[in-house]
Design a protein around this ligand. Structure first.
Ligand SMILES: O=C(O)CCC(=O)C(=O)O
Ligand SMILES: [Fe+2]
Length: 498
């Protein structure tokens, strides 16, 4: 398992630690007993030995003494030898399931997630290390050792901006207590080499009010040595704000805008005469009693937001079922699925209606009622739980690589099953729309142009990284097959995005 990819799985870390403690305790108990037994056995022998040693040489000269010595050595040593073997205490260790243990790879993924959160929300390492984002508390503070580790991991991943950002934090924090966990020579190297490759002059980044002059000049000396060795002449400081730089790396405007909307956390859409909300009954007698709360978001593509459309007990049943059986979400790329944490990170569980026909039958009816499309050819329900840095980068739900058995994904229904107050939004960059993760609400949109089945570029969307909280969603895709469409999807070769 991928430990950090779901909150549900992360919660089991406490259980994992408990299991480890049980093993350690048992081991210590057995070892302590073994040591006591060994001591009990050895002490009388030593006593005997000390008592008789003054006549060591004479002992073997008489028959009784010799046979005593022989039988002592013969009897005692095998017992001692047996006790010296820690076989049974070691055996306890094997009771711990190694499959479950956290690997270095998991730590690396967790570090990458922290960096993702930093990059998307533009959180400087100084704020991150203080557990702060804007005026929010997002976690505990980090010490010199932890900042140093972040810098080390960045270095290993050729993430030079990460190296300098975290190395500078580590350096400033290291300076007062000088903890041993920081290898100061390596840290110097990180700072100098990263400032060289990024173009940032470390002198503008370090907090020199804390640092004495000699350290400052030591770093400067390294700096010019390395600059000379690399034949770099222009080492002037470019900017003191690393985060201004991050935006420049983004290859596509779509991604840049997605991140921008994640950061501002609210829609940049003007309200128009089309922006309406209503109690929707769809002429259903049930709905006269309990109408849908419907908000128009966009007419092209068709996108609506519903409130209180999935209920507390339903959510509980679904999340309880899903929690037992989550697996890492994959990303669909060029016809293949792969685990690409920078594209998508979360854990999911698919449900077909037959696991709970009453519950999912009701939800199908509700979806049919609001969308007026059939769920007969739809896929199952996909529930997703996000963990540390959990996200889903901008994507289309419609397939771009040719028709599937039931055509393309026509409609997406996205249910929100928890509240995430300040992040973890769903963003539609081309629509300037930001949806909040609010328990019980749902977004419904149509991925295709209804005149010819081509993909609507307005439906590009993504899930912003979750900074704090537990995000549960559930999606269901409705397909072209079996719907009343103005075109026949079987004849339709258009997969272009317009
Ligand atoms: O998590 C989100 O907000 C978006 C999820 C999504 O787009 C999907 O599962 O296809
Ligand atoms: Fe999606």
């Amino acid at each position: 398992i991928n430990w950090h990819s779901s909150q549900i799985v992360l919660r089991h870390l406490y259980d994992l630690q408990d299991e480890q403690f049980v093993v350690i305790e048992k081991y210590l108990e057995l070892e302590t007993k073994r040591m006591h037994d060994l001591e009990r056995l050895i002490i009388p022998i030593i006593d005997w030995y000390i008592n008789y040693s003054y006549m060591k040489r004479t002992l073997i000269l008489n028959p009784i003494g010799s046979s005593k010595l022989m039988s002592r050595v013969y009897k005692n040593f095998p017992k001692i030898k047996k006790l010296m073997n820690n076989y049974s205490s070691v055996k306890v260790i094997t009771q711990f399931d190694e499959q479950k243990a956290i690997s270095e790879f998991n730590i690396q993924l967790a570090y990458r997630s922290l960096r993702r959160i930093q990059r998307v929300y533009m959180i400087p390492a100084s704020d991150m290390a203080a557990g702060r984002y804007k005026d929010r508390t997002i976690g505990d503070t980090m010490d010199a050792c932890e900042c140093y580790i972040m810098s080390k991991y960045s270095f290993e991943e050729y993430d030079t901006y990460g190296v300098i950002d975290w190395a500078v934090q580590a350096y400033n924090k290291w300076f007062t207590d000088r903890p041993k966990c920081v290898d100061i020579d390596k840290l110097h190297y990180y700072i100098i080499s990263a400032s060289m490759t990024t173009g940032f002059n470390f002198e503008t980044l370090l907090d020199f009010s804390n640092l004495n002059h000699s350290k400052n000049s030591e770093l400067s000396a390294y700096f010019s040595l390395m600059a000379n060795a690399l034949n770099i002449h222009d080492i002037s400081a470019k900017s003191a704000n690393i985060y201004e730089k991050y935006d420049d790396f983004e290859q596509s405007d779509l991604l840049r805008h997605f991140r921008y909307l994640c950061r501002i956390g609210k829609s940049a859409r003007p309200l128009t005469y089309d922006s309406k909300c209503r109690y929707q009954t769809k002429n259903s007698p049930y709905r006269m009693i309990m109408p849908f709360k419907e908000e128009d978001i966009s007419s092209s593509p068709y996108l609506k937001l519903y409130h209180d459309i999935i209920y507390e007990e339903e959510i509980k049943t679904i999340t309880d079922m899903a929690s037992k059986n989550l697996s890492d979400a994959k990303y669909y790329l060029e016809g293949k699925t792969a685990l690409l944490d920078d594209r998508r990170l979360g854990q999911l569980k698919w449900f077909l209606e037959d696991v709970n026909p009453i519950l999912f039958g009701k939800l199908n009816k509700r979806i049919e009622c609001i969308t007026e499309y059939s769920t007969k050819t739809a896929e199952g329900y996909q529930t997703v739980n996000y963990g540390l840095g959990g996200h889903f980068c901008v994507h289309l739900d419609a397939f771009t690589d040719g028709p599937k058995l039931n055509g393309n994904r026509l409609v997406t229904t996205l249910f929100y099953m928890t509240d995430v107050p300040d992040d973890g939004y769903t963003v539609f960059p081309n629509l300037n729309y930001v949806a909040n993760c609010r328990k019980g609400s749902a977004l419904v949109w149509i991925n295709l142009h209804l005149n010819n089945g081509s993909i609507h570029s307005g439906t590009f969307h993504g899930g912003c990284p979750v900074i704090k909280g537990n995000k549960w969603i559930m999606t269901k895709g409705l397909y072209e097959e079996g719907q009343h469409l103005t075109y026949n999807w079987r004849d339709n070769k258009i997969m272009s995005i317009v």
